[in-house]
Design a protein around this ligand. Structure first.
Ligand code: SAH
Length: 213
């Protein structure tokens, strides 16, 4: 598993592209400049690893566009040392970005094949999540709640209530909501009982699947 100067050069270009597309958070850009995205992809796609594109990973899933990962991380807005929950571990790329930011990461994946693959892979390249969980993201992960932020990396047909309930006051849930395409939505918990909602444009994700699918 190699990371060469060529890869590093391509990442520098990718970071410039993301800046042009409006990503401003320096720490997020730095994280992307460090993470060898090509290692998260199947070998047949490695040549494209640093284009701002989504690609297939195992089990019919995709690694999100770098822009999408950057945008969601920026919107999550959690300070170093904070505890975050990710729904949809997938390739582990978003997980790695969160870890580069110095966050304590819990991440849930419902596809066993991907879960097992990523659980082996991430530590191999030096990324240690607090916990990778095989389970259903719709119910969140109560035993470690509340969180300083929750990010959903699949398209949710509706907003799962347990995720709102697992936020600390002041924390944000970043969730793409919709069926065929999704609106990036941020819920900020402003008190025990109140949430503020903001939207940030249209995106396309694979669906957040319910258990029976
Ligand atoms: N964060 C990932 C994105 C993967 S795509 C990355 O950076 O590569 C979305 C992921 O959500 C897929 O791996 C899919 O299997 C997973 N997923 C879909 N429905 C889910 C659910 N109900 N609970 C947990 N994970 C789910």
């Amino acid at each position: 598993m190699k990371d060469t100067f060529t890869h590093q050069g391509l990442r520098k270009k990718l970071v410039e592209t993301l800046q042009k597309k409006g990503i401003m958070n320096k720490e997020v850009l730095l994280a992307i400049s460090k993470i060898p995205r090509h290692l998260f992809m199947d070998s047949s796609f490695v040549a494209h690893a640093y284009a701002d594109k989504a690609f297939p990973i195992a089990a019919d899933q995709t690694i999100s566009h770098p822009y999408t990962v950057a945008r969601q991380t920026e919107l999550l807005d959690v300070k170093k040392g904070g505890k975050v929950l990710e729904i949809g571990t997938g390739s582990g790329y978003q997980t790695a970005v969160l870890l580069e930011l110095g966050l304590k990461v819990y991440s849930i994946e419902r596809q066993n094949e991907l879960f097992k693959k990523t659980k082996l892979f991430l530590p191999k390249i030096g990324y240690r999540a607090k916990q990778l969980i095989f389970g259903d993201g719709y119910i969140g992960y109560k035993s470690e709640a509340p969180y300083d932020g929750i990010v959903v990396t699949a398209g949710a047909p509706f907003v799962p209530k347990p995720l709102l309930a697992q936020l600390k006051v002041g924390a944000r849930l970043v969730i793409p909501v919709g069926d065929a395409s999704q609106i990036m939505t941020v819920f900020t918990r402003t008190s025990e009982t109140e949430f503020e909602k903001e939207t940030f444009g249209e995106f396309k994700f694979v669906p957040l699947l319910e258990d029976k699918n």
